[in-house]
Write a protein that binds this ligand. Sequence first.
Ligand SMILES: Cc1cc2nc3c(=O)[nH]c(=O)nc-3n(C[C@H](O)[C@H](O)[C@H](O)COP(=O)(O)O)c2cc1C
Length: 281
Amino acid sequence: MDLYDLLMKRRSVRNFDAREIPAEIVAKLVAAANNAPTGGNLQPLTIVVVREVERRAKLGEMVGGQPWVKNAPLSMIFCLDFFRLKRWAEASGTAFRGEEALSHFLIAYADVMCAAQTVVILAENYGLGSVYIGTILFAVDQAREYFAIPRFVLPVMVLSLGYPKTVPKNIPKLAAEIVVHLEKYETLSDEAILDAFEDKYGEIDENVERYFERAFVEAVEAERQEREERLEAIKEGMKRLQIKNNAEFLFRLRYPADFMVELNANMVDSFKNAGFECFGS
Ligand SMILES: Cc1cc2nc3c(=O)[nH]c(=O)nc-3n(C[C@H](O)[C@H](O)[C@H](O)COP(=O)(O)O)c2cc1C
């Protein structure tokens, strides 16, 4: 298949069959990750490859009980790694202070994601599905302890992979012309922005299940895989908060704005515990 067609049909997959991923394929995935672009060619990346059932289950718990992490035959923990560079610099009689320099941090984070996305694309090419798990950021202390990750290394992203059993169909996106601006930034009016998101999500449906299939497929999939009645709790939350539109659903219920800001303190602490001091006081 043409690479464009492959990318246009890619979806995050959260339902995997039990087939193992052959070792040769895993080797190619990580080799391609290691060959990804990286600022200054510094390669501040370590990938922890997790295949053991018990470790998968533990990782799944850590990231907030996302069942697909445990069910996927393989997860990769993408770590932003300044440990190796610091040791190398010191052993060579100099100093690397990336953990104090926001510029090093931001470029290294971009490096890590270039590598991770390379895996996503190559995996797709081999008929695999994948899903990023960003919530590892809320479990940095725990993940560092469990996976023996040293200071100056941050687990910043998980990618879970496997052969898809089902692939979501109805994931909406903004129209490309809303996202792509020609030659200069085009500031949209509130009305145009409202229209763009209305086109993306449609109205909040009377049929809440159908709405979740396009606006919160993670919750639908979690319910399918674990029967935890999460959907009922979300529906109840929607009623309680009198959620009237998609933005309210996202920023009052799913990612409550104040709560997201409150999370900063714990996250910065866990980064500091790993020796990262580049976020101001
Ligand atoms: C940075 C990042 C973090 C993500 N974290 C999670 C996650 O914790 N759990 C999950 O199920 N999906 C996660 N996803 C997948 C998104 O939910 C998914 O990409 C989005 O809904 C769009 O769907 P698509 O990938 O099929 O286009 C993440 C994606 C990205 C890029």
